[in-house]
Design a protein around this ligand. Sequence first.
Ligand code: COA
Length: 135
Amino acid sequence: VREIAIKRCPPVTSDDLNSLFASSWEGHQRRDFGAVLRRSLVYFTAHHNGRLIGFVNVAWDGGVHGFLLDTTVHPDFRRGGIGLSLLRAAKAAAFDAGLEWLHVDCEPELAPFYEAAGFGPTAAGVWPVTSEASQ
Ligand SMILES: CC(C)(COP(=O)(O)OP(=O)(O)OC[C@H]1O[C@@H](n2cnc3c(N)ncnc32)[C@H](O)[C@@H]1OP(=O)(O)O)[C@@H](O)C(=O)NCCC(=O)NCCS
């Protein structure tokens, strides 16, 4: 059994997060995660022998809605329950913070992952933000 540690809001560098994302998100472009984490309600990380191998972030509207973003588990560690552990930790923290709903969106093939955690379906949309007001 692998020793995996789930941590709440530990210090984590942009380099570590960019390495994890490069392993997991096709076409990942280097990001400044400092700006992301400063606006996070709570985030959780997973570590194996000290190395960052998992991440999830909860963004917050200031009220009862949170939004799960960037759920990631390194390919070498998938299908071992780490993703679900990160989601459960996020849900517990959201409950403690007084949230009533967690939202997420994903590619259709990952719907079973969020269903396994307990997410139900909803109609949702996504709108690319461009300079043209009418599009
Ligand atoms: C999505 C992701 C975080 C899942 O992490 P994980 O640690 O492998 O997930 P778990 O092991 O906790 O999976 C729990 C259950 O969810 C379902 N599941 C997980 N990954 C799945 C997949 N790729 N396709 C279908 N079902 C999946 C399965 O029912 C699984 O249980 P099982 O392994 O006993 O069949 C990981 O695949 C990942 O990082 N993907 C790339 C980044 C990404 O697209 N993230 C989603 C953002 S919306």
